[in-house]
Design a protein around this ligand. Sequence first.
Ligand SMILES: C[S@@+](CC[C@H](N)C(=O)[O-])C[C@H]1O[C@@H](n2cnc3c(N)ncnc32)[C@H](O)[C@@H]1O
Length: 287
Amino acid sequence: MVEEKIKKEAEEEAQAQVDIWKYVFGFTEMAVVKCAIELGIPDFLEGQDGQAMTLDGLSAALGCSPSSLYRIMRFLTNRGIFRQVNQGLGCSSQNSTSNAIACSSITYVQTPLSRLLARNGEKSMAAIVLLESSPVMLSPWLGLGRRVLANSPPPFDTYHGQDVWSYAQNNPAHSKLINDAMACDARVAVSAMINGCPQVFEGISSLVDVGGGDGTALRTLLKACPWIRGINFDLPHVVSVAPRSDGVEHVGGDMFHSVPNADAAFIMVSTVSGCCMTGEMTNVSAY
Ligand SMILES: C[S@@+](CC[C@H](N)C(=O)[O-])C[C@H]1O[C@@H](n2cnc3c(N)ncnc32)[C@H](O)[C@@H]1O
């Protein structure tokens, strides 16, 4: 009995010594996925119509060395993002003939996971990864301990000295990252709503999307329900750069002051950005 207990404890300790490395290098998962999106690997493979692409061909198309790319792809295939079709012999940085042959014999295809990382895919999550892996969003997480101890404002506000929406207003590039990420989420969520409960939208002639970002949710909705007049309501700096489209009127304002009138309103608060919208909505005449 005692021996068994000692053995079990030793096994658990050995496992802990393995598991700890997940936390030491946990950041690499996000960093390598971000790298794949930025290099355009999912988009390039998506354009191959299901044909496997050689490592050599991929590296030539992306303009990088096969050996560097091989290391990235080995990481990603190990996690089920991309599939290596043949085993190949590996590809090192040595410039030998046998190595050149090895690189040309390795081929890759997309997987359901890598398809979500193609920038223009219908269900793309690429923009969300790019937002969340940006230094602006990541840095505040690194001060989480201080936030817990001091019970201070949200880490983003403490780190940047302003809330996420004010930061976005003052930094158009970051605002675009947010809007693009929210659009990804809206495409998927609204399509699911339309497919899952289309009756919700029957009999509604006007609808205001409160905090609707760049209007993607309403544009997606109006394709299925063209009888609805959409009002996309968001902060002025967001609607001023939102794409125009028939049937959707953009209105800038602050939801905590007032919201445009409509038959119905919806508020989709995505959880993806880890951000928050605090305040009380008063004088809301829609609903
Ligand atoms: C988390 S995003 C949600 C976007 C989209 N509805 C979705 O779920 O994908 C919150 C949105 O609310 C907007 N927002 C934040 N504070 C606001 C305010 N006081 N008045 C109007 N819009 C606001 C932001 O600009 C942003 O577009």
